[in-house]
Design a protein around this ligand. Structure first.
Ligand SMILES: Cc1ncc(COP(=O)(O)O)c(C=O)c1O
Length: 368
């Protein structure tokens, strides 16, 4: 089926572009002798995780325990959970999973380690942990100069094994110049190199340094301080990555297909995709480089200036060929959010519909 014969709105995944993105990042890691453990929360899809695994991903970083369980079920042998948990039920699930694969949980507080140790002892399981280093992003993490002391304290927990140190350079999303992006990437590498050196001086050996994001990937992949990289958005790319300079329009695999349904004034059109397809993100962490709510492919004269739940508002700057009934594709600002708004991505190649791809672990609530 030709993609313009689809009902709208539809969230499309151009499989050639997505596979090309996966291949490029994987090759970059392989050439630099690095491991790629992609962040799964971007797509929350078993089918897409399997594509990443087939291309050479050696492990995965997950944002939820559902994702961890899905990755193990799909055959992943090494799964890192990106965030600490202090919820009893969550701890039971993550510890139980450690009997099926190497589970590495990121930690930044001794009290959480205590909770995990108690449950691991009860289930006679062993978990790995990676210490979160705060590289000035100030979300999770321990200040770099305090990591070694924390690592020493962690030796008290017999069922928790030291895997390494991890960070995420989230402040990259607030950068508006190449200079700022290079500074964040440098900070990412140097911070991790310094902490690793402190740990080695204190007698720790055989541990991994893990970090990453799509916008810092190209600037950091060759640096010797990091061994495992965790980009997530790279499978899709989006308007935010274009604004940051880490992707071009032709690298964006995810788009929303929508039909023009109204023309209320000379320079305004309405389409049948709103916030419930495109998402309202305008860039995390205060980035001001984003214009509106997405990029209309092939129509640089049109901006998406507003969204209500099921309706997109388009403004024309100058003249346009658009008219009612036309179908257009909009690249969302944040593809991770857009793909979390659908149960199915419509997989296309050369504008033909090929397959439906389930976004199968997007829910936060489980049916009991
Ligand atoms: C801890 C962590 N690591 C890696 C990533 C992936 O970053 P990106 O989507 O920029 O590739 C994220 C995403 O927010 C994250 O929270």
């Amino acid at each position: 089926m030709f993609l313009y014969d689809l009902e709208t709105p539809a969230i499309l995944l151009d499989l050639d572009i997505a596979e090309n993105n996966l291949r490029r990042y994987q090759q970059s890691c392989t050439q630099n002798n690095k491991a790629l453990w992609p962040m799964v929360k971007t797509h929350k899809s078993t089918a897409l995780l399997k594509k990443q695994m087939d291309m050479g991903a050696e492990g995965f970083l997950c944002g939820t325990i559902d994702e961890c369980e899905m990755a193990v079920k799909a055959g992943a042998k090494k799964v890192m959970y990106a965030y600490p948990t202090a919820n009893e039920k969550n701890i039971q699930r993550i510890v139980a999973l450690a009997k099926k694969a190497d589970i590495i949980i990121r930690l930044d507080h001794i009290a959480v380690a205590g909770l995990l140790q108690k449950e691991a002892e009860k289930q006679q399981a062993f978990l790995y942990y990676s210490i979160i280093v705060d590289m000035n992003f100030h979300r999770f993490g321990i200040a770099p100069e305090k990591v070694t002391d924390f690592a020493k304290e962690m030796k008290a927990f017999a069922n928790l094994k030291f895997f390494g140190i991890s960070t995420h350079p989230g402040q990259i999303y607030g950068c508006t110049t190449q200079q700022e992006r290079e500074a964040v990437s440098r900070l990412e590498c140097e911070t991790m190199a310094n902490v690793a050196s402190d740990l080695k001086n204190a007698g720790f050996s055989d541990f991994y340094v893990t970090s990453g994001s799509t916008p810092t990937f190209a600037l950091t992949v060759a640096h010797p301080s990091i061994q495992i990289y965790h980009p997530g958005n790279y499978i899709y790319h989006d308007a935010i990555q274009i604004a940051l300079g880490s992707a071009k329009e032709e690298d964006c695999s995810l788009s929303v297909l929508t039909t023009i349904i109204s023309h209320p004034s000379e320079d305004t059109f309405l389409c049948d995709a709103g916030a419930k397809c495109l998402g309202l993100d305008q860039g995390a962490h205060g980035n001001t480089a984003i214009n509106g709510y997405g990029i209309v492919k092939g129509h640089p004269e049109v901006t998406v200036f507003g969204l209500s739940e099921e309706v997109g508002k388009l403004k024309v700057h100058g003249s346009t060929t658009l008219s009612i009934g036309d179908k257009i594709e909009i690249i969302p600002n944040h593809a991770c959010s857009a793909s979390n708004l659908t149960n199915w991505l419509v997989g296309v190649r050369n504008q033909s519909v090929i397959e439906q791809i389930a976004v199968d672990v997007r829910g936060n609530s489980k049916k009991k």
